[in-house]
Design a protein around this ligand. Sequence first.
Ligand code: SF4
Ligand code: SF4
Length: 658
Amino acid sequence: MVATRVLFWNTNGKGVMYVCALIASVIFIVGLSKKIWSWQQGRPIKYENLGLRFKTSFLDIIKHNDQIFKGTFRRFMHLSVFYGFIVLLIGTSMIALQVDFKIPLFFGIKYLIIKLLMDLAGLFILIGIVMAAYKRYIAKRDHMDYSLDDAILLILVFSILFTGFILEGLRIYVTGDIWARWTPIGLLVSAITRKSGVSVQAARSFHAVLWYSHMLLAFGLIAYIPYYKLLHMFASSLNIFLKSSSPIGSLTPVDIILKEEKNIGVGKLEDFSKKQLIELDACVSCLRCQKGCPAYMIGAPLSPRGLIQSLKKHSNSKNSFFRSRRKSFNHLIIDQIISKETLWSCTTCGLCEVKCPIGIEHIKRIVDMRRSLITEEAGYPPEVQEVFKNISEVGNPWGLTNSEYLVKESQVPLLSDKKQTDILYWVGCFSSYESRSKKISQVMFKLFERAGVNYAVLGSEEKCCGDSVRHLGNEKLFQQLALENIKTLNQYEFKTLVTHCPHCYNVFKNEYTQFGGHYRVMHHSEYILELIKLGKIEPKPDNNLKVTFHDPCYLGRYNNLYKAPREVLASIPEMELVEMRNNQSRGFCCGAGGGRIWMEDIKEEKINTLLVNKALKSNSDILASACPLCIATLTEAVSSSKADIKSLDIAEIIYDAL
Ligand code: SF4
Ligand code: SF4
């Protein structure tokens, strides 16, 4: 006997089902078209390497990369639901092909395998749904504010699966299906029904009624997809596909010459790019970005997830398929939906972007909104306006005019005298003028001398690289600085630009390239490591000291440079390197990035103090880093908390070990 079963057994509701399918499809298409229309309102986006994009996003989605779905519980939960639905979709499509196109697919071994897979898929989806409900409403560790939408979705999916199993069990019970062992869950439900003493007639009647409920729930789910969270099936996949291939640290350039000043940045929904509008629907509100956001952790008015969700709510309330674009999108966002304080709270550390499972890019969005404030008189905090004024007048944030004093003091060679050199050492504003950071540049000069390096500096010709300026949103001033610095650099011959500031490093590596400045750039961690490997400097044993390394955000997350500073420290015999609990791509921020170093503290609790407390748990003698801004903020936190740990740059540690 060929294995199969009667499709549409015990029901004559096929006609009603087609009507429901039509209604659900219309509601689905209208909802999805409305969404696509709203995404279309954004600025155009450029994306290249379609083949590669498709391959990477496809693999990311099907594999559920464990970097993305961190944690076995979460990964298993999402994988169960994801693959469960794929199997159910394939099985249901096979039924439709047989019923509507008379293609005989539901026979023999094919039938048995697909029945078994569908049964197991249903079970896994149910397990996934129960796990999600447990995580959201019982464990609640990081899921404090789930919406009604989440609850409706879980109840709806659970009900579809549950009624599906009951229907299968009733059918097996009534028909005595001899192939029932291939549907173990259905068989179990059938056994329970038999045991409970339900008559065959009652089971048959209940089946007939339940079939309609199951069918309505299933089509209800399809119709529901584009309107609420389930839309993420499309939006998240699309967002992963469109994810920027440039490093986190590479901000979107604005063509200042073509732009009227009043149009710079994002002040309204329509100023966002198409991808940024898709992101609003792609966000699944998982809270991963919020957990660990330094601003959120000190109680500042910023949650990366909250920011996306507020904009999404605004977009949903303003955008309508039937309204004109102008009426729908022409609403100011800043101070209406997102406060300036929220925008100023971000340190642009990038942790949220690394943690977001679907590639939402928060930094570009925040900087884009900051950019729109440039035309507002009270847009920027007064201390930031002062920094802009100083930089545009004298080229450094402090407004100090005696910019050569560091060079004179140190008697270092100037490139304007030498005209050509192997190493151009870019000192940076911080290590030219700030007292703690100046010690790092002094040590760098000594290291160059000790290793016999042919090097020079720009001295008074070196202007602020513009990192803070750009991240604060003053694109115009940034571009002026970039063009001036590129012009200066292009006058001279040098082989490599070395800098110990990850902010300068990031600007030269990822930002100036947008304006024609292409240089071989090395961070001092890479260059010092090269000197050690070449035997030009030789660290000696250093008294069994324990050191923990804080990854500067702009070095690690922005530029993936994690190994070099660790290898530099590991080159010191007898020095023990201890890792902090969250390190490398999950490392905590020092609080100085994104121009926050120039702003007043938002809260009494400080980000740098939180970081020092994390470092203290490693029981280290030294809290090392490789960034003048980190060292300045960490030194301040160490001294104000009187913690028993020294905050040093890797260059200082190496120099002490020579
Ligand atoms: S970049 Fe850092 S500070 Fe800004 S929202 Fe993301 S995690 Fe928070
Ligand atoms: S932005 Fe990303 S990480 Fe944050 S809540 Fe949304 S999906 Fe989750």
